[in-house]
Design a protein around this ligand. Structure first.
Ligand SMILES: O=C(O)CCC(=O)C(=O)O
Ligand code: NI
Length: 272
């Protein structure tokens, strides 16, 4: 597989090269320009619908098993108006199942991330956001860097893989365009949901808000400082997404909680 060879220009053309799993694409120059100007870019059709359906089903099985094993609700659960419960998220899915691990280290994803970072990506965190039908909760505006304690900011990028079609109604990503060029804002815990951090409303320029809808199998990439949120899911369908955060060997992370996930993409087999 061409992605395993060393160096930046591993694929012979921008259009891509073949692998056992499909076509590997780097970002085009237009997509890269979009990322640098806006702080995010959506790339459709990276994974086949069947592939993401299998991951979505596994996510549903694992997260409901977690939910049934809980004594008291935690931040991994969403609670509906009639006290019904549904999974909200799975932390570090790549440590929970080999299929998640294979998915997050898929060469197609790695190549997109490397197009932005310019060097081999290292995984520092992955999460499955479930956003269940009818009462999947909002994720308020935040900059990912407020959670990470890594630097430099330009060497940290998120890849968000849509496991269901994601649109405004069911809670797709929404960005404050260009906010990655501003400062890292002071974030405070959200009242009643202290696991979520958000900056003051007065620091968010809502006139620059843009939605990033994407079909299942598409990937949205974003900069660690771009302000983003996802809305409440009030539709009848799930909005599941596999989010993963990457750095390079140029980055320094000060938070030891990420040590467990500090895995080079080329040696994922070392993660047991
Ligand atoms: O999917 C969501 O609801 C939130 C995702 C997010 O904030 C991220 O991937 O950085
Ligand atoms: Ni985020």
């Amino acid at each position: 597989m061409c992605w395993m060879s060393s160096g930046r220009s591993r694929c012979p053309t921008v259009a891509g090269c073949s692998s056992s799993t499909g076509i590997i694409r780097m970002l085009t120059n237009t997509q890269l320009d979009h990322f640098h100007e806006h702080g995010w870019v959506a790339v459709e059709d990276v994974f086949e619908p069947d592939e993401v359906n299998r991951i979505a089903e596994l996510a549903t099985d694992v997260s409901f098993a977690d939910l049934y094993s809980l004594d008291t609700p935690t931040y991994t659960i969403d609670v509906g108006p009639d006290r019904q419960m549904a999974p909200r998220k799975i932390e570090m899915p790549s440590t929970r199942h080999a299929a998640f691990r294979a998915f997050v280290f898929d060469p197609r994803l790695i190549e997109l991330v490397q197009s932005i970072l310019g060097r081999p990506p290292i995984l520092i965190r992955d999460q499955l956001f479930m956003k269940p039908p009818r009462f999947g909760s909002e994720k308020p505006f935040h900059q990912d860097l407020a959670h990470f304690h890594c630097e430099p900011a330009d060497k940290i990028v998120a890849a968000w893989v849509a496991l269901d079609d994601a649109y405004v109604g069911n809670g797709c990503l929404r960005y404050i365009d260009g906010s990655h060029r501003g400062a890292l804002l002071a974030h405070s815990p959200v009242p009643g949901a202290s696991y979520d951090l958000q900056p003051g409303a007065e620091t968010i320029d809502r006139s620059r808000e843009r939605a990033a809808p994407v079909r299942r199998g598409g990937v949205v990439l974003h900069h660690s400082k771009v302000l983003h949120m996802t809305g409440r899911n009030e539709t009848e369908v799930w909005r599941r997404a596999y989010s993963c955060h990457w750095v390079t060997d140029e980055a320094v992370c000060f938070d030891r909680t990420f040590d467990i996930m500090y895995v080079p993409a080329s040696s994922e087999e070392s993660l047991s």
